[in-house]
Ligand binder design. Structure first.
Ligand code: 1GP
Length: 250
């Protein structure tokens, strides 16, 4: 049986075509900032708030950030952990993810074994996801010891994604790296989308409605933006992105 958050995401994708999720890096914000970002993102129409970063935030701060977000908005909170320290008992759900192109077994299956009992104990909804680092890959690629799939090898990204689907993962995430100079190209997104039957998440370097529309038209079911929340006119830009991607493929 599907969990509540996963069901909600699937229904929203079905209704809207492509949806947007706001990513908050707990390392970069105070509790108050996290709450303000969540409120303005929710009013712009974001579908959920993801919480995670590539390096380390203290457990206590992560818990406080998640609590602040939960108190501020009604959209689901989904953890986006880079390690065992990325788990907070206060979140609704967690991307239970494996970094498919890591050369380090820790990021493929080790940390998941350590984290699974905690996820169960805390009653967080796990949403199975295959994570693939592409292009420059950013900090996530370095920390996760990934052999990044170059942007000019879309068929390789698609093979990674299909392997994830065949292993039972229910979402695939193409990660260009936070702050990437160039977002994941449409050729790569459409190659992946054509091979898999599960929803596709795309993030890394998306800052404009044009970039978001290109990604959604190519097959991204979920567009994630993180850094954008730091810009002055974030609220308006997120609204524009959501408007641009809605119904683009229906
Ligand atoms: C990073 O894909 C996300 O994990 C979002 O990237 O911060 O560049 O929006 P940005």
């Amino acid at each position: 049986m599907l969990g509540r958050t996963e069901k909600y995401l699937l229904e929203k994708i079905k209704a809207d075509g492509s949806i947007h999720i706001t990513l908050i890096d707990p390392e970069k914000v105070t509790e108050e900032q996290a709450s303000l970002i969540s409120i303005s993102s929710q009013s712009s129409g974001t579908a959920a708030i993801m919480i995670g970063g590539s390096t380390f935030a203290s457990q206590n701060h992560l818990d406080n950030v998640v609590k602040a977000i939960k108190a501020a908005v009604t959209v689901p909170t989904i953890l986006f952990p880079n390690n065992i320290t990325g788990i907070s008992s206060y979140a609704d759900a967690i991307w239970f993810m494996s970094l498919l192109n890591s050369v380090d077994p820790y990021f493929l299956m080790g940390v998941q074994i350590l984290g699974a009992p905690l996820v169960k104990k805390y009653g967080i909804e796990p949403i199975s996801m295959g994570y693939i680092i592409v292009g420059e890959g950013g900090t996530a690629g370095i920390v996760g010891k990934a052999i990044s799939v170059p942007y000019n090898k879309p068929e390789l990204a698609a093979a990674h994604a299909l392997a994830g689907q065949y292993l039972g993962m229910r979402f695939i995430y193409l990660e260009g790296g936070s702050g990437a100079a160039h977002p994941v190209p449409p050729e790569m997104i459409s190659a992946v989308k054509h091979l898999i039957d599960i929803p596709l998440i795309v993030g890394g370097g998306i800052k404009t409605k044009e970039q978001a529309k290109v990604a959604a038209s190519a097959g991204a079911d979920i567009i994630v933006t993180g850094n954008l929340t730091e810009s002055k006119d974030a609220n308006q830009r997120i609204s524009e992105i959501i408007y641009a991607i809605k119904n683009v493929r229906i």
